[in-house]
Write a protein that binds this ligand. Structure first.
Ligand SMILES: [Zn+2]
Length: 717
């Protein structure tokens, strides 16, 4: 624009070309806003601001572009040594520009409908983006992301997200006041009843009904949160006994005079076993066939734990055995062939009585091992290691890997069920390494800066939930899944005092170690550095917890699509860096590089130390060949898990080709295509492929980064 001078009056040319009168107040407001955001010593005085404005006005120009004014301000601030203030002002400008833009969703939504938005469509391998109802969820997600970036988050958090400094997870849900994941208080819901869709659900009188209620609760809960949920199966034992008592009373009444007691007992047993089978089947089939409003099967974990002090341990042993038996069998695909279901995830707890050292329940563990060899699940939690890490307690993670920290009620009793996670922000460790090159001092300085940014981003998550009332999700807040608050009651007390957690995630410990030390974190030199980084992250969350009273935890990010996103951003910015950006993905949390040769025992032992530090979330895996015909080998590993690592899983391959009927490993060929090794079929619609993608299994195929990562995985046995 051109600027005309009338006397001392300056004209300003706006971005759209319009000429307006110069308005000193606008500059004043912008500089003051930036000034208010920085530390005291970075601030400029009102006099300084006057001086800056005067110098613009006295520049002798008649017309001036609005961008030029802003550049002049930045230069003046820099010249005065106020670098942070200058940066803050730049970010303020940047956001104003962003807000000025119209919404950014038109293209992304149209391409979703036309099935050409690969990024969004492949972001979550549990969502089939061709299905109309899933599309609706994805479209809502695009709108939410847009509003989050333009309106809801501070500009510097958005900028950090865009630059891959950090990842603000689940932006596609941030527009609504819902949380991440939880451990459902299912015992209380079954015992005291619940309400769904305005209808009272009373305490069940039989196992079959209890299983149906559990399934309904899971569906309702999944629709009002975005992360995973877990259910401890031990609460079902009581209802299996109720069923037995019911049949015993009925048969005694009818046949008491004519049949022997042991005959009646056999009849009861047979009837109860029937009910056990159909109840477990209800849970398994319902969860797999359910589509929640999120456009996916609910992310559910069933926690299979035999507690020696449980009065229903006998019933629960039967239930767990049945769950594993049905999982081993699989679920029929559309061709009627049994395949590996992705949900629910199963976690099997190893304790003294079932750790394959001659315990009473070893027979169930043997079945679990057989099941893992064929169906990937169950994963394993060592009660022994867990008690070391969590003040003597054993409890389920929320969803796939998010662990609560200890919390005691007013009577000093530990409480785990009915608690939740507010959300996650993840830090890109490799990027810090790239920027620091091998200047360690600068590395730690940059890490500090970025940690405070993560803290700020996490507080945005927290503040977004504050003041929310129980009415947003009655099943969570009013009818027992989390709490039994009154209508209209605020959820705030559950956000504070560490009742719920809030997580700092991280990704690429391997890559950052490689960048800073030239070695993998499995070497002596490398592991020393890696531990230092991990301990610093942990100290950050501990400090934040002390300062705010909020349940901050350190969380090993699963990084399903993030492993790709961060690596792509860094490759664009910094080019190809060997072993870092050239692979197409970053390594999950603290994990050993998927390409690195390391045996299964050593991998578990090595990674175990990081699980203790990363107590807000961690899971380790080993990649195994098909061991269905060598179960003793897998049993050795399970024994090893019990003594050495808290939470572990096995990755094996159990795929199916519809074209030729091949039942084994469908491979990733050189062009990164999935291909049947038997007949060469490459049609995704004619194969079932199940792989571990994060802590969960995925079966709708993956983005290119994740596919590369899966293709690079070496065997550990
Ligand atoms: Zn085939």
């Amino acid at each position: 624009m051109v600027f005309e001078r009338k006397g001392t009056e300056v004209k300003v040319i706006k971005r759209d070309g319009r000429v307006v009168d110069y308005n000193r107040n606008k500059i004043l407001v912008a500089v003051r806003k930036a000034n208010a955001e920085v530390e005291k010593f970075e601030k400029v005085s009102e006099d300084d601001i006057d001086g800056i404005i005067a110098s613009i006005e006295n520049s002798g120009r008649d017309t001036v572009q609005v961008e030029d004014i802003q550049d002049m301000i930045e230069q003046k601030l820099m010249a005065a040594g106020k670098f942070v203030l200058a940066k803050t002002y730049i970010i303020y400008r940047y956001t104003r520009e962003l807000v000025r833009k119209a919404n950014t969703t038109d293209d992304s939504i149209m391409s979703l409908i036309q099935n050409s938005n690969k990024d969004v469509m492949e972001e979550n391998s549990n969502k089939n983006a061709y299905i109309a109802s899933t599309q609706r969820d994805l479209i809502a997600g695009e709108v939410s992301k847009d509003l989050t970036k333009r309106v809801l988050l501070p500009e510097k958090v958005v900028q950090a997200h865009e630059e891959g400094v950090l990842h603000f997870h689940d932006m596609d849900y941030f527009v609504q006041p819902i949380f991440n994941c939880c451990l459902i208080n299912i015992g209380d819901m079954l015992e005291n009843g619940t309400v769904m869709n305005g209808k009272l659900i009373e305490s069940p009188k039989s196992f079959q009904v209890a299983c149906t209620v559990v399934t309904q609760v899971i569906a309702a809960v999944a629709s009002s949160q975005y992360g995973g949920q877990s259910v401890d199966i031990r609460h079902l034992g009581k209802y299996l006994r109720k069923s037995a008592d019911k049949y015993r009373a009925r048969y005694n009444e009818r046949f008491g005079g004519t049949l022997d007691a042991d005959v009646i007992e056999t009849m009861v047993e047979e009837r109860v076993n029937d009910e056990l089978r159909s109840g477990v089947q209800t849970i398994q089939y319902q969860i797999n066939t359910l589509m929640t409003t999120n456009g996916q099967s609910p992310f559910v974990t069933l926690f299979l734990n035999l507690d020696k002090d449980d009065e229903y341990i006998g019933e629960n042993a039967k239930i767990i055995e049945e769950v594993l038996r049905q999982r081993l069998e699989g679920i029929k695909n559309e061709k009627g062939v049994f395949v590996t279901p992705a949900f629910p995830k199963l976690i099997y707890v190893l304790d003294e009585h079932n750790c394959l050292k001659g315990g009473k329940y070893d027979y169930i563990t043997k079945l679990a091992v057989k099941c893992s060899a064929k169906r990937l699940y169950p994963d394993y939690i060592s009660a022994k290691k867990m008690r070391e890490n969590y003040e003597g307690n054993v409890f389920s993670c929320m969803g796939c890997r998010s662990f609560l920290s200890s919390w005691q009620d007013e009577n000093g009793a530990y409480k785990w069920e009915g608690r939740f996670n507010q959300g996650v922000v993840s830090l890109n460790l490799p990027q810090i390494g790239i920027l620091a090159k091998d200047n360690e001092e600068y590395f730690w300085q940059l890490l500090e800066e970025r940690l405070s940014l993560c803290f700020e981003a996490l507080m945005c998550r927290h503040h977004a939930l504050e003041g929310v009332t129980s009415d947003v999700s009655p099943i969570h807040w009013q009818y027992g899944a989390i709490a039994r608050l009154g209508q209209g009651e605020k959820i705030d007390k559950l956000l504070h005092d560490g009742y719920s957690t809030i997580s700092l995630g991280y990704i690429g410990l391997y890559e950052v170690t490689k960048l800073m030390t030239g070695e993998s974190h499995t070497t002596e030199k490398g592991s020393k550095f890696a531990l230092k980084v991990m301990n610093r992250l942990r100290r950050a969350t501990d400090t934040w917890k002390e300062e705010t009273g909020l349940g901050f935890g350190l969380y090993g990010t699963p990084a399903e699509s993030l492993c790709y996103r961060f690596a792509e951003i860094d490759k664009r910015r910094f080019g190809e860096i060997e072993d870092v950006t050239d692979k197409g993905y970053y390594t999950n949390s603290y994990h050993v590089d998927v390409r690195e040769e390391i045996d299964a025992f050593r991998k578990f032992q090595f990674e175990s130390q990081f699980q203790t530090i990363s107590s807000g979330g961690a899971i380790s895996y080993v990649e195994i060949p098909n061991l269905q015909h060598n179960l003793p080998a897998l049993e050795e590993l399970v024994k090893f898990i019990y003594d050495n690592i808290q939470y572990a899983e096995f990755n094996t391959k159990s795929d199916y080709c519809h074209v030729c009927g091949f039942d084994g490993e469908i491979i990733i060929n050189e062009n990164l295509e999935w291909e049947c090794p038997n007949c060469g079929n490459k049609d995704h619609n004619k194969m079932n492929v199940t792989r571990r993608t994060c802590g969960y299994l995925g079966e709708n195929f993956w983005n290119v980064g994740k596919t590369k990562e899966i293709g690079s995985r070496v065997l550990h046995i």
